[in-house]
Design a protein around this ligand. Structure first.
Ligand code: ZN
Ligand code: ZN
Length: 254
């Protein structure tokens, strides 16, 4: 039986600390590896140089917490290639539109060993047998993609950063996923006035309305008690857990 392995690498934002990193998830299927975002600190949990072979890095948007360690990975690929230990370039998928010079900064690095391509949300990519599609969530203030990975009948959706203003489109994209990895930046007690992130309660609601099988919460505020997110989400959806750095999830593929 084939396996899809998901390893949380970073679960907090906007800053990392000694125990936890900014957003990133590693998905492994057969020989292929996909990094969903590349936040500060995630390189702590990657195994070099092995991880660099057959590596695809998907950057969902140009907020620093989602690409802070990209430069380190690219420099490492450059060095290992120069040492003769890496033959194939790493593949980096980026949002199309420039955002305050971030895209130029990433793509103009002369000491990287990467191929860059713009994300096309009208396309379904085939990455080593994984079908990968993107959806600009139109609720986070900037071009920002949700990502769906499908192998046979199994479906994983990673929300990255989403807000509360396009719930219909978001729910449609998440529909019937086996695993929904959802941001939950806030708690209701924050009395927020911003619509560009979800609370734990909202994440549970999205999971329930999307009819997913399991919800994995992430993107926590570093100074908050993580159990409060769980409690809020559970008000709307029962099969939920907190993403933990290094704690793998495995989906069996028929
Ligand atoms: Zn963001
Ligand atoms: Zn973020």
């Amino acid at each position: 039986m084939k396996k899809l392995m998901i390893t949380p690498l970073g679960t907090i934002s906007p800053h990392c600390n000694l125990r936890r990193n900014c957003p990133g998830f590693l998905v492994e299927f057969e020989n292929e590896k996909i990094l969903l975002d590349c936040g500060n600190g995630i390189t702590n949990l990657l195994k070099f140089p092995e991880v660099l072979e057959h590596l695809h890095i998907l950057i969902t948007h140009y907020h620093e917490d989602h690409f802070g360690d990209l430069g380190s990975i690219e420099s490492t690929a450059f060095c290992y290639h120069n040492l003769g230990l890496l033959d194939n370039k790493i593949n980096v998928y980026l949002p199309k539109k420039e955002y305050n010079g971030r895209k130029r900064m990433i793509t103009s690095n002369p000491e990287s060993y990467s191929i860059y391509q713009d994300i096309d949300e009208n396309k379904v990519y085939d990455i080593g047998g994984m079908k990968v599609s993107f959806y600009d969530n139109h609720s986070h203030g900037i071009e920002s993609y949700m990502i769906k990975l499908e192998v046979n009948q199994k479906k994983i959706v990673y929300t990255s950063d989403i807000g509360t203003t396009n719930l219909e489109g978001i729910i449609d994209f998440c529909k019937d996923a086996d695993l929904l990895i959802s941001e939950s930046s806030l708690l209701r007690k924050h009395h927020r006035n911003l619509t560009t992130h979800l609370t734990g309660y909202d994440a549970g609601r999205v999971a329930s309305l999307s009819n997913v099988s399991k919800l994995l919460l992430t993107h926590f505020w570093p100074e908050e008690d993580r159990n409060l997110y769980l409690e809020e989400a559970k008000e709307n959806f029962k099969n939920v857990e907190l993403a933990e750095e290094g704690k793998k999830l495995i989906l069996e593929i028929e």
